[in-house]
Design a protein around this ligand. Structure first.
Ligand SMILES: C[S@@+](CC[C@H](N)C(=O)[O-])C[C@H]1O[C@@H](n2cnc3c(N)ncnc32)[C@H](O)[C@@H]1O
Ligand SMILES: Nc1nc2[nH]cc(C(=O)O)c2c(=O)[nH]1
Ligand code: SF4
Ligand SMILES: [Mg+2]
Length: 213
């Protein structure tokens, strides 16, 4: 059984594929935060910008089989043109994305991306792996396509990750959910870090800038 918070067709906002049309499938639940505001301060990951509780979002629901979820995802790709692309996110998608769903998505012709915190094993054959380390957690997914670190995090500074095996290293300014002026500092500090350490590139959350999902 797969539990999905929401699904929608939009542009990937972040990282190396920013601007690319994709179906987003947001799974319910995460291993680093309950998702409840009263638990945020004590959570391992405490800056999350996402509501991933329940199945009540747009096109959310429970799916009994990989094939039924794959067919639903396919229904949001509205054109015969291009290679259909799905981004599995959450919550933490590694808690639910399994071999059966990877096979079912490939069977309906999709390329598969994942946005993961890197603390849980992944099934084989995911086409694009984006790992975003959090706080003091151990990153067990040590290779992939992009490492996209939210910056700054006291317990997860870039030096900890710069020797891992990724093709792209991105820093994404922390969207400060409370202190909006603080956000400007995060962006300026991220730019300054990239300029000093050019292994790292800036990733902006462009969907927030242009006002799409
Ligand atoms: C909501 S997470 C879901 C996927 C997975 N649990 C993870 O953390 O990578 C999706 C992406 O948003 C990033 N993110 C979450 N909160 C953010 C914030 N306040 N500012 C900037 N990026 C954020 C995460 O680091 C991750 O790259
Ligand atoms: N447009 C858009 N791009 C995204 N890239 C990663 C997202 C996520 O929440 O995982 C996200 C999202 O929520 N929307
Ligand atoms: S690991 Fe990802 S989904 Fe979980 S709380 Fe952190 S940012 Fe949100
Ligand atoms: Mg998001």
């Amino acid at each position: 059984m797969y539990s999905v918070k929401e699904m929608f067709y939009t542009l990937q906002g972040e990282g190396a594929h920013a601007g690319r049309p994709a179906v987003f499938c947001r799974f319910t639940g995460c291993n680093l935060w309950s998702g409840r505001e009263q638990d945020r301060a004590s959570a391992i990951c405490n800056f999350c910008d996402t509501d991933f509780i329940g199945t009540d979002g747009q096109n959310g629901g429970k799916f009994a089989t990989a094939e039924s979820l794959a067919n639903k995802i396919k229904s949001f790709w509205a054109t015969p043109e291009g290679t259909p692309y799905v981004v599995f996110t959450g919550g933490e998608p590694a808690l639910q994305l399994d071999k059966a769903l990877v096979m079912a998505m490939h069977a309906v012709g999709f390329e598969i991306a994942i946005e993961t915190n890197g603390t849980k094993p992944l099934p084989r054959n995911i086409d694009w792996i984006c790992v975003s380390p959090k706080s003091t957690t151990e990153v067990i997914i040590q290779k992939g396509n992009e490492l996209k670190l939210v910056y700054p995090q006291t317990d997860a500074m870039p030096e900890k990750f710069n020797a891992l095996q990724f093709d792209h290293f991105y820093l994404q300014p922390m969207d400060d959910l409370i202190d909006k002026p603080g956000q400007t500092n995060n962006t300026q500090d991220t730019i300054a870090y990239c300029l000093r350490h050019p292994q790292w590139k800036l990733s902006l959350q462009t969907h927030k800038i242009i006002g799409i999902d």
